[in-house]
Design a protein around this ligand. Structure first.
Ligand code: MG
Length: 158
C-alpha cells in the first residue's frame, strides 16, 4: 500500500455580525469569520492538508480569492472538489485529524455534527474523522478573540 500524509493550516479573523461556519456546521455565535468564502477555516485547513498530501499546491491556487465564483461560497463545495481530486488520482482518505483553536464559543456540542458532515463529504466513516477543539487560555490573537486557527493532518492511501 502507498500512503501519503499532508498538513494544512489556516487562520481567519473574527468580526461581529457575521455567521460562523466551522467544519461545515453553522455555529450559533454573534460573530463569524472575515473571508472571501463563507470563512470555514476548518474546511480550508482540511483542503490544504489534502492538497498537501497530493503535492498539488494550496487552496489559494485552486480557489483564488480574486475569483468572484468563490465569493461567499459554501466551503463544503470546495471540500467536495478537493475530495474529487483525491479520488481522480486513485487515492482514498485514510483519516483526518483537525485541531481548532478558538476562544469562544465552546465547540464541544458541535463536534459530532462536524465529524459527520466532513465524513460524508470525504466519503469515509465518522471514525476516520477527528475534530478537536481548544482555547489558548486567553493568550495570543486567538485568546483575545481576534481570530481562529486550525491545523489539519491527513493520511491518504492507495
Ligand atoms: Mg481560509
Amino acid at each position: 500500500m502507498d500512503i501519503r500524509i499532508g498538513n494544512g493550516y489556516d487562520v481567519h479573523a473574527l468580526a461581529d455580525g457575521l455567521p460562523m461556519f466551522l467544519g461545515g456546521v453553522a455555529i450559533p455565535s454573534g460573530r463569524g469569520f472575515v473571508a472571501h468564502s463563507d470563512g470555514d477555516v476548518a474546511i480550508h485547513a482540511l483542503c490544504d492538508g489534502l492538497l498537501g498530501a497530493l503535492a498539488l499546491g494550496d487552496i489559494g491556487k485552486h480557489f483564488p480569492d480574486s475569483d468572484p465564483r468563490y465569493k461567499g461560497i459554501d466551503s463544503k463545495r470546495l471540500l467536495e472538489q478537493v475530495t474529487a481530486l483525491v479520488r481522480e488520482q486513485g487515492w482514498t482518505v485514510g483519516n483526518v485529524d483537525l485541531t481548532i483553536a478558538l476562544q469562544a464559543p465552546k465547540l464541544a456540542p458541535h463536534i459530532p455534527a462536524m465529524r459527520q458532515t466532513l465524513a460524508s463529504i470525504l466519503g469515509v466513516g465518522v471514525e476516520q474523522v477527528s475534530v478537536k477543539a481548544t482555547t489558548t487560555e486567553r493568550l495570543g490573537f486567538v485568546g483575545r478573540g481576534e481570530g481562529c486557527e486550525v491545523w489539519a493532518t491527513v493520511l491518504i492511501k492507495k
